[in-house]
Design a protein around this ligand. Structure first.
Ligand SMILES: NC(=O)C1=CN([C@@H]2O[C@H](COP(=O)(O)OP(=O)(O)OC[C@H]3O[C@@H](n4cnc5c(N)ncnc54)[C@H](OP(=O)(O)O)[C@@H]3O)[C@@H](O)[C@H]2O)C=CC1
Ligand SMILES: Nc1nc(=O)c2c([nH]1)NC[C@@H]1CN(c3ccc(C(=O)N[C@@H](CCC(=O)O)C(=O)O)cc3)C=[N+]21
Length: 291
C-alpha cells in the first residue's frame, strides 16, 4: 500500500511557521506585502491568483492584485513592475505565468527587483540557487516538492531521482535542489527528446513529473517502491463535474499509486505547497528588507 503525501497538511504546517514570523515582523512594524500581477483573463490563472491573494488575507499579509487587460503593452506591464519595485509596502512581486504571447516574459522577470522576486525566476536568484547561496529565492513549486519529500520521510541522499520536465519554473530548479548538498540525489533530467523515457524513469527511486500532459506517467514507467511527486495540474473536461472539468496530474494515479512507496495526489499535493512556499518567500523578503 502506498502512502499518500498530503500536501494540504504540510502546507498548513509551513503556513503555521510563517504566521509566527509574520507576528514577529508585525511587532517590529512590518507587514509583509505581496503583489500579484495578472495580464489577460486566462480562467486557470485567475483561480491561482485569487487563491494567492486570499491566503495573504487569511494570514494578515498585505496584498495587491493588479489586473491588466490581455492587450496591455510590454511598456504598461513594465511600468507596473517598476511601480511595485518602488512600493515600500510590497516585499514580493509575482507576475503570473504565462503572459499573453506578445509580452516578453523574460524582460518582465529581469525588471523585477531581485530582492522582491519571490518566484525566484530572476537571473540573480537562478544563479544563487545554482551556487547554493541561501540568500536567494527558490522557486515555490520545487521548494514545495523538496519539503514534501522531507516531511514524508523520503531519503533523497544517494537516491536515483528522475525529473521529467526541464522548465525554468519546475524541472530545472527541481533538479538543482535534488542534486544540491541538501538533496544529495543522483539526478537525471528527462524531456521531450529523451529516448526510451520508460526505461529511464523505471530506474528512479524518486520521480518528479512536471510535464503538463494528463496521466502521462503510467505504471510501466515506475519501479515498485518508488516515490512519485506529481506536479502536473491539467484540466480535463468532465460534464459530470461541478465546474465542467476536473483536475488530473501528469501521473496516471490509479494505476501508479499501488506500486509506490509514496505518492502525491492531484489536487491536494504539490499545488497547496506552491502557495505556502510563496507566502514563505514573501515573509523572507520582508525579513531581509530590514536586516
Ligand atoms: N502544482 C503547481 O504548483 C504547479 C504545477 N504546474 C504544472 O506542472 C506541469 C508542468 O509545468 P511547466 O514546467 O511549467 O511546463 P512546461 O510546458 O514549461 O514544461 C514541460 C516540460 O515537459 C517536457 N515534456 C513535454 N512533453 C514531453 C514528453 N512527451 N516526454 C518527456 N517530456 C516531455 C518538456 O520538454 P521540452 O523542454 O523538450 O519541451 C518540458 O521540459 C503543468 O501541468 C503545470 O500546470 C506548474 C507550475 C506549478
Ligand atoms: N509567476 C508564476 N508563479 C507561479 O507559481 C505559477 C505561475 N506563474 N503560473 C501558473 C503556475 C501554476 N501554479 C499553481 C499554484 C497553485 C495551485 C493549487 O493550489 N492547486 C490546487 C487546486 C486548485 C484548483 O482547484 O484549481 C491543488 O493542486 O490542490 C496550482 C498551480 C502556480 N504557478
Amino acid at each position: 500500500m502506498s502512502k499518500i503525501i498530503d500536501g494540504k497538511t504540510v502546507a498548513a504546517k509551513v503556513l503555521d511557521e510563517c504566521s509566527q514570523e509574520i507576528e514577529t515582523l508585525k511587532n517590529r512594524g512590518i507587514t509583509p506585502g505581496l503583489a500579484v500581477v495578472l495580464v489577460g483573463d486566462d480562467p486557470a490563472s485567475k483561480v491561482y491568483v485569487g487563491s494567492k491573494v486570499r491566503k495573504c488575507a487569511e494570514l494578515g499579509l498585505h496584498s495587491r492584485k493588479i489586473e491588466l487587460p490581455a492587450d496591455a503593452s510590454q511598456e504598461e506591464v513594465l511600468a507596473v513592475v517598476e511601480e511595485l519595485n518602488e512600493d515600500a509596502a510590497i516585499h514580493g512581486i509575482l507576475v503570473q505565468s504565462p503572459p499573453p504571447p506578445h509580452i516578453d516574459e523574460e524582460a518582465i522577470v529581469r525588471a523585477i527587483d531581485p530582492a522582491k522576486d519571490v518566484d525566484g525566476f530572476h537571473p540573480e536568484n537562478v544563479a544563487k540557487l545554482a551556487l547554493e547561496d541561501a540568500s536567494g529565492f527558490v522557486p515555490c513549486t520545487p521548494a514545495g516538492c523538496m519539503r514534501l519529500l522531507k516531511e514524508a520521510g523520503v531519503e533523497t541522499s544517494g537516491a536515483q531521482a528522475v525529473v521529467i520536465g526541464r522548465s525554468m519554473i519546475v524541472g530545472k530548479p527541481m533538479a538543482l535542489l535534488l542534486m544540491s548538498k541538501e538533496g544529495n540525489a543522483t539526478v537525471t533530467v528527462a524531456h521531450s527528446r529523451t529516448k526510451d523515457l520508460a526505461e529511464v524513469s523505471r530506474r528512479a527511486d524518486i520521480i518528479v513529473a512536471a510535464i503538463g500532459r494528463p496521466e502521462f506517467v503510467t505504471a510501466d514507467m515506475v519501479k515498485d517502491g518508488a516515490t512519485v511527486i506529481d506536479v502536473g495540474i491539467n484540466r480535463v473536461e468532465d460534464a459530470s463535474a461541478k465546474r465542467g472539468y476536473r483536475l488530473v496530474g501528469d501521473v496516471a494515479y490509479d494505476e501508479v499509486a499501488p506500486k509506490c512507496a509514496a505518492i502525491t495526489p492531484v489536487p491536494g499535493g504539490v499545488g497547496p505547497m506552491t502557495i505556502a512556499m510563496l507566502i514563505a518567500n514573501t515573509v523572507k523578503a520582508a525579513r531581509q528588507s530590514v536586516s
